[in-house]
Write a protein that binds this ligand. Structure first.
Ligand code: AMP
Ligand code: MN
Ligand code: MN
Ligand code: MN
Length: 273
């Protein structure tokens, strides 16, 4: 069975519509898929259930949080699609994204990129508005030569467009998922560029808040690193998750269903389901 428990669609910063993502997952022999758009469950409202075939869908979302000045992502799996409290939490994240977008636009205006917000909003469409939409707009107006450059100069960690104070604390976000009966998963631990001891502290705080699983595998990853993360997972008595973090076709390291295998010594998060 092939599980891909981390992916994005046009409901956030992904390139494919939810139905196109499902078609691609089926072509890629994925058996179980979680669509985990940033701070939204909107993709699930667009899905044509009759086109799922043998594919099992796990309701999910990737929530933004703050931990010691870091922007940490928590994937919620098996979250309820219709639940008052969880829907309220998602709605507040959406408001934060809109508020953050105008803060980022003001900051970029000070760099000489005025009136950038309308184009950004257009690119986000009905989806969750995020930094990749700013990167696309900066590219369109010729401020940068690539999306990568937009992150490197203006939007990436520590740059002016990296506004993270807006996000709720990690324990609150984990609490939303847990209270809604979902499983909280610490997403892509390598993306935060933490030292070994800081990653251990993050993991401990995540567990104290009610977190249950960690992405031992995120996309195609180095074998040595996978072994280290498996060790952390086992040491902390966590369940293991895996996913591609697919956003768009053409990125071999983050292709749907093409992530590295989960080490056998880990207990997969789906053992519980
Ligand atoms: P946001 O959710 O608005 O905070 O933006 C974070 C998203 O930006 C991530 O989920 C990635 O999809 C994307 N991203 C982050 N860093 C980079 C980068 N260096 N180059 C391209 N995309 C990036
Ligand atoms: Mn993203
Ligand atoms: Mn993420
Ligand atoms: Mn993601």
């Amino acid at each position: 069975m092939k599980y891909d428990l981390h992916s994005h669609t046009t409901a956030s910063d992904g390139e494919l519509s939810p139905n196109a993502l499902i078609a691609r997952a089926r072509n890629g022999d994925v058996d179980v898929l979680a669509i985990t758009d940033h701070d939204t469950l909107a993709a699930y409202r667009e899905i044509d259930r009759s086109a799922l075939g043998a594919l099992t869908l796990i309701p999910g979302t990737e929530l933004s949080s703050q931990w010691q000045k870091n922007n940490v992502h928590i994937v919620g799996l098996n979250v309820p699609l219709e639940c008052g409290a969880f829907a309220d939490a998602i709605a507040s994240q959406q408001r934060s994204r809109i508020e953050r977008a105008s803060i980022i636009a003001d900051k970029l205006a000070k760099k000489g990129f005025t009136d950038i917000l309308p184009g950004v909003l257009e690119k986000a469409g009905k989806g969750s508005i995020g930094r990749p939409h700013f990167a696309q707009q900066l590219l369109e107006i010729g401020a940068v030569k690539s999306l990568e450059e937009a992150f490197k100069k203006y939007l990436g960690t520590g740059k002016i467009g990296d506004v993270k104070q807006i996000w709720p604390q990690l324990d609150e976000v984990v609490g939303w998922i847990r209270d809604a009966g979902g499983t909280a998963v610490l997403a892509h631990p390598d993306k935060y560029r933490l030292t070994r001891s800081k990653l251990h502290r993050l993991t401990d705080d995540f567990i104290s808040a009610g977190g249950e699983a960690i992405e031992v595998v995120s996309g195609k990853q180095d074998k040595v690193r996978t072994r280290e993360l498996a060790k952390l997972c086992i040491e902390k008595n966590l369940l293991a998750s895996c996913g591609s973090d697919f956003h768009q076709p053409g990125k071999f390291w983050a292709e749907l269903g093409q992530h590295s295998p989960l080490p056998e010594e880990c207990t997969p998060v789906w053992d519980r389901w």
